[in-house]
Design a protein around this ligand. Structure first.
Ligand code: GLY
Length: 353
């Protein structure tokens, strides 16, 4: 997989002009959702490069990350004369960058695309690393391909208008990057004031976070080994997210990841000796910033069954990424049913459920 260029922008218009110049193309398309079309396009349209671009707008939110939306994108590309030398620019959160990346990767067997993430989650995770796809058959990201953007342009000014829930959701992936990298970055993240955000400091933390992800993706772009580090918190987190969806109390992804981190730090502690004090400090931060998702012991079987369906598993064993310490990663760890139920007991006890 080719390396993608990730740019922490000083001025988006300048970085975008450079990124477009680097991608020889005949026709330019822009994918937005109904929010980014309204909020971002009026300003971006004023730049010379985007004046002639064809805009494609899809519905906002994960419910629109569907085959129907994907087909609608292909339809416009096809009817508006896109060729293999056309360029697609995705502007939006992870839903837009994932779906747009997949549309680009598959149209005429692949056209070049650029990502401009507008949410924190998309900046530090979804738009970087080449994972693209859609939800299918009731399963998240069930169909997709690895196909990196030519450039990812990160403009943290967008974060000023992000609501508190989406901010803290994206911050969970940053916290994960702190845990899998080094103590200094992890401590800085725990000490950051999430209620009164210092945006200059946030920009610097976002830059570090993206760099941590990029370094891992560079070593293992197709997730055969070390890229699994990025799945910390996601085995339990995805089960919580799916349970919430089934019970009609949907969550933002990062909240589920944060609660998944609580579960998996416990597993890390009992199975590979993750230090108790660092586990407690991280859990306290999560309690204060994410609250709690309540479930009772009657739901353990359902959570366990959801974990068994996780696409990260091999040969029936539930696969976890655990930590011996901050930055000391142990991939391909498994746990039996009894231990997983103990993990849920721990979650409920320490979160006060
Ligand atoms: N979101 C995890 C990854 O990109 O591998």
């Amino acid at each position: 997989m080719s390396k993608q260029e990730v740019i922490l922008c000083t001025k988006l218009e300048t970085s975008l002009a450079r990124a477009i110049e680097k991608c020889q193309h005949d026709k330019l398309f822009i994918l937005t959702d109904e929010h980014t079309s309204r909020l971002c396009m009026p300003v971006l349209r004023q730049t010379n490069y985007l004046k002639e671009a064809v805009e494609i707008t899809i519905g906002a939110g994960d419910v629109h990350k569907t085959l129907e939306s994907l087909a609608a994108v292909w339809q416009v590309l096809s009817s508006q004369g896109a060729t293999r030398h056309s360029l697609l620019i995705n502007i939006g959160g992870g839903m837009v960058t994932d779906l747009g990346g997949f549309a680009a990767a598959t149209f005429k067997r692949g056209i070049t695309y650029i990502n401009i993430p507008t949410t924190l989650l998309a900046m530090v995770d979804a738009s970087v690393g080449g994972k693209t796809g859609i939800n299918f058959n009731g399963l998240k990201n069930e169909v997709g391909v690895f196909a990196p953007a030519a450039s990812v342009l990160i403009e943290t000014e967008f974060l000023r208008s992000l609501n508190a829930e989406n901010f803290i959701s994206g911050y969970a992936e940053m916290l994960k990057h702190g845990l899998i990298s080094n103590t200094e970055h992890w401590a800085e993240l725990l000490n950051f004031n999430t209620q009164a955000i210092d945006y200059d400091h946030l920009k610097q933390l976002v830059g570090q976070s993206v760099q941590i992800k990029e370094e891992i993706v560079m070593q293992d772009p197709f997730e055969h080994g070390i890229r699994k580090a990025l799945n910390l918190g996601h085995t339990a987190g995805h089960a919580i997210e799916s349970l919430a969806l089934a019970e009609n109390r949907p969550l933002l992804h990062g909240y589920a990841v944060a609660w998944g981190i609580v579960c998996e730090l416990y597993l890390s502690h009992i199975k590979v000796g993750f230090p108790k004090d660092k586990m407690r400090q991280t859990i306290q931060f999560i309690q204060e910033n994410y609250g709690v998702f309540a479930f009772d012991c009657k739901q353990y079987d359902q959570l366990y069954a959801l974990m068994q369906h996780d696409k990260k598993n091999t040969a029936g064993a539930i696969n976890f990424t655990l930590l011996e310490d901050i930055g000391v990663i142990r991939i391909n760890q498994t746990a039996d049913k009894e231990t997983i139920f103990e993990m849920f007991d721990f979650y409920r006890e320490c979160m006060g459920v």
